[in-house]
Design a protein around this ligand. Sequence first.
Ligand code: SAH
Ligand code: SF4
Length: 363
Amino acid sequence: MTSTVRRLRTSAHSVGFPVDKIGIKAFGPQGLERLVAQSGQPRFRAAQLTKWIYSRNAISFDEMTDLPAAWRETLASTTPLTAPELVAKQISKLDGTRKYLWRLADGVSVESVGLPGPERLTVCFSTQAGCAMGCSFCATGAAGLTRDLAPGEMADQVRLVGLDFEKRVTNAVAMGQGEPFANYEASLDALRLMNSPDALGIGARHLTVSTCGLTTGIDRFAQEPEQFTLAISLHSAVQATRDTLMPGVRGIPLRALRASVSAYAERTGRRPSFEFALIDGVNDSDAELGALIEFTRGLLCHVNLIPVNTIEGSALRRVTQQRALEFLNALVHSGTESSIRTERGADIDAACGQLKQTASAER
Ligand code: SAH
Ligand code: SF4
């Protein structure tokens, strides 16, 4: 093994992902810069390399004719140019939403969703294969965590969905499978790739992270220099209800969550949103509504109400549109901005929480 390969297998600039398996997609922007420096190449090569991979969609190092041939050979043998392979695609007849199943370089599978709009294309990408948090209403949580995704594996989902639609991706949301703040560094590196003008060039404010409420992640996110957007899955402002629905965050009291979100809003001046999946007979009572109003009172925030999407094998039922409207009106009346999220891709199980983890992607 050459010393370069040995050094690459250590995780110094790949945030701990195995470069021999995942290849160059193990790196975010800084990792690519370090790779270039370590190879003794001038700094501008990092931008060239990034453009070839993420903006010119190269499928081999051979195409990168403005890079020195000898370096291209080294790269090909030490950091292969991998990409997710499309295993299955479904297109919603209702609204054109597309759901994708990808097979990653090591055989692990993940899903992404493309949501077209009149003047936008939003991609919902996964940050982990599976999820360890075990929320009772979410299909992803049911099978546990397979592994974290590397920065390039996240950016590639967004890139490839854009290519499939033959449209520029305007927005990307980390609302697919996984908890982004349980894979913090790679998720942030992925957002930076998406944001980089050399890669996907998506504006920071159009890049959203959704977290189940890991306060250490929220605190860290507040310090990041980019203007990325934050969403927090709340689902109940009553501790006992939230503990049952979201066992993975049982150790984080609502009080601490509110304090972190409030500090985030104050520090950044940006408005975070809370997601609240309304479940019949679980979190839709007047007492739940009262607790939600108290929780959000005086906080710079927006509440997204989502009639829960039903998942296979679950007894949880969605509320009526009438009940969702009652929540909406009461929140707005109390001074908190709110809206009801319309369901997309219902006929292909592509809505929030319906992405499933399969052990490996069979063709
Ligand atoms: N792990 C992160 C991001 C992925 S989930 C998080 O939990 O925030 C994306 C969003 O879908 C979250 O708000 C999540 O709570 C919500 N969700 C999960 N299952 C759902 C369901 N069955 N119906 C509606 N929303 C759901
Ligand atoms: Fe994980 Fe989010 Fe699903 Fe909870 S809702 S299991 S945190 S993906």
